[in-house]
Design a protein around this ligand. Structure first.
Ligand code: FES
Length: 160
């Protein structure tokens, strides 16, 4: 359930755009910040605030990698699976990160710290193979960097 504060922020966002629905993406980011994901109930609440059918909200939530319908780890690791990164070791990077964290792609570690996801191009192809940990873009990632990057993420360095 959305807090009153978040609802008010969403209503304020709607006023910033000539078309209210232009505020949908930032509104969903605000809503997701509350629980870390967008439950069916939260999606319905956002739909009500916009006067939309909940299916329209769900179509957006399921289209974008940045929205989650289920709880995810405290830290998100996106590893690019597109061609530039694949040609420069992206698959091996995924395998190594998953091996270090003892998790499968798309899953969350047992301690709830990390969710590892294969992502479409992260728009830094010149830095292949690359990955994004929380808000920090990293690349080219070398095998020997991974332990340090994961430790930094746990300390919140990649959240800034
Ligand atoms: S292909 Fe990996 S960042 Fe573009």
């Amino acid at each position: 359930m959305l807090s009153e504060k978040t609802k008010q922020k969403i209503l304020a966002l709607q006023k910033l755009y000539p078309e209210m629905r232009s505020a949908l993406i930032p509104a969903l980011h605000l809503a997701q910040r509350e629980a870390g994901y967008l439950s069916v109930e939260t999606q319905r609440e956002v739909a009500r605030l916009f006067g939309l059918d909940p299916n329209e909200i769900n179509a957006i939530v399921t289209f974008y990698d940045m929205f989650f319908e289920k709880p995810v780890g405290k830290h998100l690791i996106h590893i690019c699976k597109n061609v530039s990164c694949m040609l420069r070791g992206g698959d091996e990077l995924m395998a190594l990160v998953c091996d270090k964290l003892q998790v499968k792609p798309g899953k969350t570690t047992a301690d709830g710290e990390f969710t590892v996801m294969a992502s479409e191009c992260l728009a830094a192809c010149d830095r292949a193979p690359m990955m994004m940990v929380d808000k920090k873009v990293m690349g080219p990632v070398k095998d020997e960097d991974i332990d340090c990057l994961l430790a930094e993420a746990k300390r919140g360095v990649s959240d800034a």
